[in-house]
Design a protein around this ligand. Structure first.
Ligand code: SF4
Ligand code: SF4
Length: 235
């Protein structure tokens, strides 16, 4: 169904935000990644590194309730202006690209789902099961959390699973979109000859074979670290 149709299933975003409010870690992980970003900003809140997205219904809610966001124009990163047409082409139809006023003006209450879920997306197997949380692999060398998955709180993991169980059941477009992203992740890790780190919905830590999707339960200290975080001391 067309996401702009009045008959498209509706989500109450205020209620969803209130249920998806747990921080990823118990401390401010931005303090640990920002020193590695030349701009000094946490990578996920730096428009030069990541352009946030919102669901169309979510944008309706945000637009009516806060001035935090505006539609992304492509000029928000003066050092690296982008052609909006390029990124819009890669954005699924049910999403819109946004820009916020920056971390100094963040309103936690009105963070988009894409802010709340970062650095994870729902992993969907080739045989159509939402298995757990996989990492946004393009941020591996930037995001401290991706190299310290053991610090992700149980509350965040549970909220993520509950929220995406609801969204994916209601909106087939989103399910298809994440199934496609999961397929790209498998292709990327197959080309690297590596297994994919996964925070399983059962609460465990796993490495997943990108070809067979066989799961190997591992202690969190066995999960890989990347970029500037490779040498971080294990807790
Ligand atoms: S989620 Fe990752 S990129 Fe965002 S602030 Fe935390 S460590 Fe930095
Ligand atoms: S709304 Fe807040 S959390 Fe989201 S990108 Fe902007 S500064 Fe970061």
């Amino acid at each position: 169904m067309d996401p702009s149709s009045p008959h498209y299933p509706r989500i109450d975003f205020r209620r969803l935000y209130d249920r998806f409010d747990a921080p990823v870690t118990e401390f401010d992980c931005g303090l640990l990644c920002a020193p590695h970003n030349p701009s000094g900003l946490p990578f996920c809140c730096d428009i030069c590194q990541a352009v946030p997205v919102a669901y169309r219904q979510e944008w309706e809610y945000l637009r009516q309730n806060t001035g935090l966001w505006h539609p992304w124009q492509g000029s928000e990163c003066p050092a690296d202006p982008a052609d909006p047409a390029d990124l819009r082409e890669q954005t699924p139809d049910h999403m819109v690209l946004l820009a916020c006023q920056g971390p100094a003006h963040c309103q936690r209450n009105f963070r988009a789902v894409s802010c709340r879920q970062f650095p994870f997306f729902p992993y969907i197997t080739a045989d159509d099961r939402f298995l757990g949380l996989a990492c946004e692999w393009e941020f591996e060398n930037m995001c401290w959390v991706i190299s310290h998955l053991e610090t992700v709180t149980r509350q965040f993991r549970q909220a993520f699973i509950q929220v995406y169980d609801e969204i994916l059941a209601l909106w087939p477009e989103d399910y298809e979109s994440y199934a496609g992203t999961s397929e790209q992740l498998r292709a990327e890790y197959a080309s690297r000859g590596r297994r994919i780190p996964l925070l399983h919905r059962n609460g465990g830590y796993y490495l997943l074979s990108p070809r067979s999707e066989r799961l190997y339960r591992v202690p969190p200290e066995r999960l890989p670290r990347h970029g500037p975080y490779r040498e971080d001391r294990r807790a």
